[in-house]
Design a protein around this ligand. Structure first.
Ligand code: FAD
Length: 457
């Protein structure tokens, strides 16, 4: 099968080439059907496993890259907006730079210092335990996503510029049938409008973010979500110098009832934003809160962009259905407490892509739902489940009222807490290096919580 040959209005195979394997074992088929089968098996020999990746953010690009490395898999990467600038803080952990082989120019700034600002306005410096080479990378999403996407395409993924509108599932009586993806094809404009194209594939990876169409198509179930709001503000140069290698996190009832607000340095401006799950209608009031708290530091700035987007709060009830798997935000892989999702998107995309390559024996066999569960879902949950759990608990304990937030900020001043937190964030491991320190930390936590009650405004 030719690359691109099956990605147009006129489609190639009507049935999956992999459907033939199952036919061979049936009893009592007629001679005619036998001859038909033989002819189709000849096609199967030439055919490649076809996988569509819907969405070209970090999750989709990394899934497509893993798949495209296998020459016997036909990989389609479908993205509606090739220069998409996802509303995002753009902070990535150090381990992502090495693990995903990111070139230095992807990192706009290296943040080595943070300020935690408590409800009463105490500023707790964080970062003194970092080693000289350690930093949080600040990226622009249009640059990061574009780079990852182009890398997948250069390895052989077929670029499809289109908006996926529907994913038709195979007939349940044909367990090896094809998925039909209908999309507005931005490369085929007729009378000023995108025509509808159909792509037939054997497997689908849904990497299309929080409002995933693929998730809807497979009835993956809903998740709770936060709404995050961010203003990109261009501030005077001398104010920008303050944020050269510094990011700020603000906590308090005035900036969010259940999350944190931030001022993150971007390429030539700052991102100022906040989020909430429990009080979405008042998000603009909380945004006003963070603007007021950071007023002096961002004074004289002008807003260059306003953006808002949902952030999933937990994984969807079903992340694998049939031969469809969800990754990244479509699956719900953002951590509580920190709201981090870029690394988990890239990682889940890569793990899912690699799982398909392995389960298909490099494209020679059609993987099943069970294969996706065993080789993608379970390893992902094993590796990152503890991280989600710990951050979920931290959010519940420390983000619920101002007293707890004061305690949280006080604890952030502790060297051991900083070390464990940064090690967990930068290297994506839930670490506990010193049991004695852990016990001491427990007592310090209780003490901080009690002092927090006294300090809270
Ligand atoms: C305001 C804000 C700040 C954040 N800050 C940070 C941060 O600093 N660090 C961090 O790690 N995480 C942060 N996050 C979370 C992070 O942005 C996401 O977790 C991450 O983008 C998930 O990547 P993804 O590839 O799964 O999805 P997305 O980045 O959402 O990518 C989905 C892609 O699919 C495309 N698409 C969607 N629907 C279709 C369709 N129907 N057809 C074709 N293409 C489609 C979109 O155009 C997009 O390119 C933040 C989120 C928000 C909202």
């Amino acid at each position: 099968m030719q690359r691109n040959g099956n990605c147009s209005r006129s489609v190639g195979f009507v049935s999956s080439p992999f459907g033939l394997a199952g036919l061979g074992s049936r009893q009592g088929v007629s001679q005619r059907r036998g001859r038909f089968r033989t002819a189709r098996r000849a096609l199967w020999v030439q055919a490649k496993l076809r996988v569509a990746v819907v969405g070209g953010g970090p999750a989709g690009a990394c899934a497509a890259e893993a798949l495209a490395k296998c020459p016997e898999i036909e990989t389609y990467l479908i993205e509606r907006k090739m220069d998409n600038c996802k509303p995002c803080g753009g902070a990535i952990p150090l381990c992502m730079v090495d693990e995903f082989n990111l070139p230095p120019e992807i990192i706009d700034r290296k943040v080595r210092r943070m300020l935690m600002v408590s409800p009463s306005g105490r500023e707790i410096p964080v970062g003194r335990t970092l080693k000289p080479h350690e930093y949080i990378g600040m990226t622009r999403r249009e640059i990061l996503d574009g780079y990852l996407r182009e890398r997948a395409i250069s390895l052989g993924a077929v670029r499809v510029h289109g908006l996926v509108q529907d994913v038709e599932l195979p007939n349940p009586r044909d367990p090896q049938g094809v998925y039909r993806i209908k999309y507005a094809d931005y490369d085929r404009i007729d009378g000023g409008r995108a025509t509808t194209s159909t792509l037939e594939v054997d497997m689908v990876i849904g990497a299309d973010g929080a409002n995933s169409r693929v998730a809807k198509a497979i009835d993956a179930g809903d998740y709770k979500y936060a709404i995050a709001f961010q203003e990109r503000i261009k501030i005077p140069d001398q104010k920008m110098a303050f944020y050269e290698d510094l990011a700020e996190m603000y906590v308090g009832d005035d900036v969010s009832p259940d999350f944190y607000a931030w001022v993150f340095p971007k390429y030539d401006h700052v991102g100022v934003g906040t989020g909430t799950v429990i009080d979405k209608p008042n998000i603009k009031r909380y945004q006003e809160g963070i603007r007021q708290r950071a007023a002096e530091k961002i004074a004289g700035g002008s807003v260059i962009k306003v953006e808002a987007h949902p952030i999933p709060e937990h994984p969807r009830p079903r992340r694998v259905v049939g031969r469809v798997a969800l990754v990244g935000d479509a699956a719900g892989y953002v951590t509580k407490c920190s709201g981090e999702g870029i690394y988990f998107a890239a990682k889940s995309g890569r793990m899912c892509g690699e799982a398909i390559v392995q389960a298909s024996l490099n494209g020679g066999r059609l993987p099943s739902e069970r294969d996706l569960m065993e080789r993608y879902l379970k390893p992902y949950d094993r590796q990152y489940g503890p991280t989600y759990t710990v951050l979920d608990i931290l959010q519940k304990v420390f983000y619920t009222n101002n007293a707890a937030r004061e305690a949280f900020c006080e604890l952030c001043g502790d060297d051991y807490v900083q070390k464990v937190t940064f090690d967990s964030y930068l290297y994506k491991k839930v670490t506990s290096t010193n049991p004695l320190e852990d016990v001491k930390l427990l007592f310090r936590t209780i003490g901080s919580l009690m002092r927090g009650h006294a300090l809270a405004p």
